[in-house]
Design a protein around this ligand. Structure first.
Ligand code: G3P
Length: 221
């Protein structure tokens, strides 16, 4: 199976609108050259534009909206209509409750969408054991946006979560994010059992995003 990379554009103005589309296209070129499975999580306001441009999109967030009364919410029905590939769920910058997470994972599956549940630590593992998201992403919030990667700072956490996933969540791929900025960070993550990485600042804020991504994905080799 190809290694997977998620690029989260968060709310970075550098990755909004047309500039965001260009960043996404550059990333797709790199992913194709290096045989990597790539998903882009554009800013929510850009979701439809990215989908219509043929970018493989994971929505940064989804609300459990059913029926009327959804002002300001992101409904799965709409995301399905836009043909997103999947959903990021419970990102630490947009946390969600356990019931909501479980509902979103199973509803996404029912609709043919993938899901990626983010967890800051091991606390949610038992609750997620039978939920089978496509991806489980370990992201300690204190390392997000920094220069020390999760794979350098928390190797025990990663091997413990990936071990749990391998035994108890066999259809789920364990990945990690936070501070991933170099090939070495990716190499360490892979050695600890990661099937891929989630990256934001290491790509969006890089002086040369293409070179930064090429360096990152070389860590899977
Ligand atoms: O969703 C990925 C993100 O939270 C990691 O951010 O900037 O540490 O790569 P960053």
């Amino acid at each position: 199976m190809k290694p997977v990379v998620f690029l989260n554009f968060k709310s970075y103005p550098q990755a909004a609108g047309k500039e965001g589309l260009e960043l996404a296209q550059t990333a797709l070129d790199v992913a194709e050259e290096h045989d990597v499975e790539l998903y882009i999580a554009p800013q929510l306001v850009d979701t439809s534009m990215f989908c219509y441009s043929g970018i493989p999109v994971f929505a940064q967030h989804c609300d459990p909206v059913i029926g009327n009364g959804g002002t300001g919410k992101i409904s799965m029905e709409t995301l399905t209509k836009l043909h997103v590939k999947g959903l990021l769920i419970n990102h630490s910058e947009y946390p969600q409750g356990v019931e909501e997470i479980l509902f979103l994972v199973s509803e996404a599956r029912r609709r043919g969408l993938k899901s990626c549940v983010c967890i800051p630590d091991e606390k949610l593992l038992e609750a997620l054991r039978n939920s089978a998201p496509d991806f489980l992403a370990v992201e300690p919030p204190e390392l997000i946006g920094g220069n020390i990667s999760v794979s350098s700072a928390k190797p025990e956490l990663l091997s413990s979560v990936f071990g749990f996933v391998a035994v108890n969540m066999r259809s789920t791929r364990g990945i990690c994010g936070a501070g991933i900025k170099s090939a070495e960070d990716v190499r360490k993550a892979k050695a600890l059992g990661a099937a891929g990485v989630l990256v934001a600042s290491g790509y969006v804020l890089a002086d040369n995003p293409r070179r930064a991504l090429e360096d990152l994905v070389s860590g899977f080799g």
